[in-house]
Design a protein around this ligand. Structure first.
Ligand code: GLN
Length: 202
């Protein structure tokens, strides 16, 4: 893989700008992805946080759903945060009626799983492959991973509280997903891991 990859950030809805800024801070060229032709110019794709139901409807409207499935199915590395994690899931629970996903990650994700009592919270989480202090993870109406297939590696779980042990970070080959939003915290370590994955160095 190329030494300086270009990373696309899905720009249908959600916090695209924060991901673009984070990649810029790492010195990695980043491009918004709005149409199928944009996928041919990138080496890896980030699917941002936002609202997965809206994003999947817009993906259909902009003729992006099948091209996304095709590129990811053919091995394009991708990283999904929160709503983006839902989009990368092969199976979802508590989705809107008829909600489609891009898929690729052999897992079942429960939407809005952390529920109303804590719509938004932060927790320090140890993420496999990310050195240093626990990652300060921000969860906003976040999903969790209910179950994973055997090819999926669990990288991080919630550490304490009523919901201790919930799976919130996973990887399967070139596909990475977190329930939380590193793009909102200014900690570049997970983005760096993804860039290294795109380079074939992680
Ligand atoms: N609950 C949202 C969804 O279903 C995800 C929330 C987020 O991305 N912060 O898409």
């Amino acid at each position: 893989m190329t030494a300086t990859p270009t990373i696309g950030v899905l720009a249908l809805q959600g916090d695209t700008a924060e991901h673009v800024r984070m990649l810029g801070d790492l010195g990695v060229p980043a491009e918004p992805v709005l149409g199928p032709e944009d996928l041919d110019r990138i080496h890896g794709l980030i699917l941002p946080g936002g609202e997965s139901t809206t994003m999947s409807k817009l993906a259909v409207r902009y003729d992006l759903l099948d091209p996304l499935r095709k590129h990811i199915g053919q091995g394009m590395p991708a990283y999904g945060t929160c709503a983006g994690m839902i989009l990368l899931a092969d199976r979802i629970l508590d989705g809107a009626q008829g909600q489609e996903t891009v898929g690729g990650l052999d897992m079942t994700v429960r939407r809005n799983a952390f529920g109303r009592q804590s719509e938004s919270f932060e927790a320090g989480i140890d993420i496999e492959g990310v050195g240093g202090a626990p990652f300060e993870a921000v969860f906003i109406r976040a999903p969790w991973v209910e179950s994973v297939g055997e090819r999926v590696r669990v990288l991080g779980q919630t550490p304490y509280g009523e919901q201790a042990g919930r799976i919130v970070a996973v990887r399967q080959g070139g596909l990475l997903a977190t329930s939380f939003h590193p793009e909102l915290t200014g900690d570049p370590r997970i983005h760096r891991l993804f860039v290294d994955m795109v380079k074939g160095q992680a």
